[in-house]
Ligand binder design. Structure first.
Ligand code: DAH
Length: 334
């Protein structure tokens, strides 16, 4: 009987191992442990054995039965777990639809430049001011000492808008941020130390060095005893803070109606060529008079330059149009 038990157990364990589903396992259990199984047949033979043999055979039979039941339970646990996993897997819904890792955007290079410039001037003690982009002729020109019919008006190719302001003054898209000088001086008493970054417009044909919509940053200082030396020192401090210690700046005589004297300022990298960056000068007494500041008591300087141009130089972009074509291959580089 022992040999038979060994064979029955080996066969049963092999079949249990091979079962591929809980249903199949249940069927196998019926066959090896059920009423018509070999094990039950053997048990029926126990009665015909002598007492000593019967006891030993009974124990062996029980051991085999227990071993088979344990293997069944073990296999059932494994199969049930695997079936559950498979079912969950099949029922799973992908609610994310994320294929690649999401890409993170960043601020436009012109915005980054704008903010870096603001930071530098704020670090030098300046406040930041804003002014309107749709402006009256008076703020954009007249108050800046550019009367109607003044030949200097041709310095700015102006985009006029169809509506006049409430007082019937013609309106335009500001051609520079210099209009903010006037608003600031009307709104606050000197001493004044402000920069005004913002969007500006000109009736220009778009090309590698011109955009009809661009950005400038204006600077205005009004205080007692301000001189051209303060202006030159400020331009130099700014140049080094933004471009690096090794950069130089210089002022070249020029003409703007709202400053006297006026200059253009250039910067130069070590061993490189001079690059024109913007305009500046001492605030013209007529400008002070337009806003009710006494030019005998106060003096000041102003400057203005293009933010897009600056970014173009700093990042060696060869065509300004890159800034507005929204090509991510360009934008991603900064
Ligand atoms: N507004 C001038 C322009 O757009 C730039 C400029 C020149 C601004 C001299 C100033 C200045 O404040 O003093 O061409």
């Amino acid at each position: 009987m022992n040999d038979q038990l060994v064979a029955i157990q080996a066969d049963a364990l092999a079949r249990i191992q091979a079962a591929s589903s809980v249903d199949e396992l249940t069927a196998i259990g019926q066959e090896v442990l059920g009423k018509r199984s070999d094990l039950v047949g053997l048990r029926k033979q126990l009665g015909g054995l002598d007492e000593a043999t019967r006891k030993a055979a009974g124990e062996a039979l029980n051991a085999t039965t227990q071993a088979i039941k344990a293997a069944m339970a073990d296999r059932e646990g494994g199969l049930a777990g695997a079936e559950r996993t498979a079912r969950y897997e099949a029922e799973r819904l992908d609610l994310t639809e994320v294929v690649d890792p999401p890409s993170v955007g960043h601020l436009h290079i012109v915005t980054q430049t704008w903010q870096a410039l603001e930071d530098i001037f704020v670090g030098m003690g300046y406040g930041v001011a804003e002014g309107p982009e749709i402006e009256t002729d008076w703020y954009n020109f007249e108050a800046l000492n550019i009367p109607d019919s003044h030949p200097a008006r041709s310095m700015w190719d102006t985009l006029w808008v169809d509506t006049d302001d409430a007082d019937g003054h013609p309106m335009l898209l500001r051609t520079h941020t210099s209009n903010v000088q006037i608003h600031v001086m009307q709104a606050q008493e000197p001493p004044i130390y402000v920069v005004a970054p913002g969007r500006t417009y000109r009736r220009d044909t778009t090309d590698a060095t011109h955009l009809p919509v661009f950005h400038q940053i204006e600077g205005l200082v009004v205080d007692k005893g301000i001189t051209m030396a303060d202006l030159a020192g400020t331009i130099q401090a700014f140049t080094q803070a933004y471009f690096g210690q090794e950069f130089e700046s210089r002022l070249r005589p020029s003409y703007f109606p709202f400053t006297e004297p006026s200059a253009e300022f250039d910067i130069r990298p070590p061993g490189g060529d001079w690059l024109e960056l913007g305009g500046c000068g001492m605030v013209h007494p007529n400008v002070f008079r337009h806003v009710g500041i006494d030019p005998e008591e106060w003096t000041g300087f102003a400057f203005g330059f293009g933010i897009d141009r600056l970014a173009k130089v700093r990042y060696a972009v060869d065509d300004l149009r890159e800034f507005v074509t929204s090509d991510v291959r360009f934008l991603e580089q900064f």
